[in-house]
Ligand binder design. Sequence first.
Ligand code: S3P
Length: 167
Amino acid sequence: MNIILIGFMGAGKTTLAEILNKKLKNFKHLEVDEIIRKKSSLKSINQIFKKKGEIGFRKLEIQAIKQISQNKKNQIISCGGGVVLNQINMLRLKRSGTVFYLYAPFAVIKKRLQGDDSRPLFKDINKAKALFGFRHPIYKFYSDQIINTHLGAAEKKAQKIIDKINL
Ligand code: S3P
């Protein structure tokens, strides 16, 4: 089955996916945002939001998730933070593997993303904080396991995920 990483922007999905990818030789890492960006032929997520709006971005996200979740084996899928907004996305993903919610408190995320302007929905800090509060229960609802990324070494978190899928 697949390993699916969900969670807010800056929660550590890409970092953990890369560690998992090194440890699990027979898995491949898919970054959903990168698949969407390539499909759009635009140069960044910011550009997609600018030219197509958030709705245009979400349409591409649905297409990407549909395609990726058809393969139910040996993929590490790091999703964009908003993937949980669409129930169909989550039904497709949950059918294809185990879902891990990568959690860190908002204060930690804020620090991690300081000076990073690549995320259109993290430009206004108050809005981002409200979004975090709104989404936290949704991430929890869809997850099979919660991984705290602000405590302890990332290597240990990766091992926890591997132990869970090997049960
Ligand atoms: C988004 C998160 C981003 C990206 C887009 C929208 C969101 O991905 O998909 O900017 O709605 O939370 P990351 O979570 O990888 O930053």
